[in-house]
Write a protein that binds this ligand. Sequence first.
Ligand SMILES: Nc1ncnc2c1ncn2[C@@H]1O[C@H](COP(=O)(O)OP(=O)(O)O)[C@@H](O)[C@H]1O
Ligand SMILES: [Mg+2]
Length: 268
Amino acid sequence: MTQGYSQEGKRLGIVVAGSLSQGIEVKLDSQVSIEDMAVGRYVSIEGKRKRFYGLITDVRLGAIDPRFSINPPDMSDPFIAEVVIGTSAFGTIKVLPRLIWDITSSAMQRTKTVPQPFQIVNEATQRDIDLIFGPEDEKRLVIGNPLDMEAKLCLDLELFATLSNGVFGKSGTGKTFFTHHLLNGLIQKSKAVSLVFDMHSEYGWSWRPQGSHQEFKALKQLFPSKVAVFALDEENYRRRGLSPDFIVRIGYDQIEPADIAILKESDS
Ligand SMILES: Nc1ncnc2c1ncn2[C@@H]1O[C@H](COP(=O)(O)OP(=O)(O)O)[C@@H](O)[C@H]1O
Ligand SMILES: [Mg+2]
């Protein structure tokens, strides 16, 4: 279906317009249903010597003749519907180009240009995802799947450990769950040592996700020899029948007025 170094990614359409900052406009082929398109999906665009990778950021309907919106054709007639859909009236997607794979140098770079007009746009495949995020191996951790794809999405833990990162989301969306997965991965693949300030006692011995009755093992249970628990509240730990590795005691002489001041409730 596609050509050259590209492989089986399903063809979606062709590049018709766009810019680097605003995104590339892609006219969908007539046999591709706009209902199957979704914002956030990965696509590849075949250049001559480069392959572009981007994300779908918008899905739109277009028509050659603006009069279609005032005087729509009779779509109950299957013959007219077949003639109109995909030619006179069609779907378009907006793609934000992110990365370029240079075939001659086999290097991945950030996008600094756009593909030529009428280049073919395909769905990204597992091979594309591997090329971008790398395959699963001793330094990469599988963290999920791209939207609407079976492909595995991997995180390079060595790179991850050198950057500042955050896990954000609304309450109950799986932040603690995901952070457990990341910490497990970092310990298992021995890529970094983590210091966890565990305000809600979720990472030490066991934890229960929001709205769940099921209790899960936490880091100390999973990796007893690799995890040390430092407790401030020894009694709380003993009540649960556990013993921390270290008890941390803060002397009165180590507490400054400013430490107390931040505990004061705000008046507003
Ligand atoms: N990847 C996942 N797959 C299925 N269920 C999940 C996943 N991540 C979290 N959950 C479920 O979602 C609920 C909230 O998870 P939690 O990590 O406590 O959310 P948060 O910390 O964002 O408030 C829990 O019941 C948990 O079992
Ligand atoms: Mg949480």
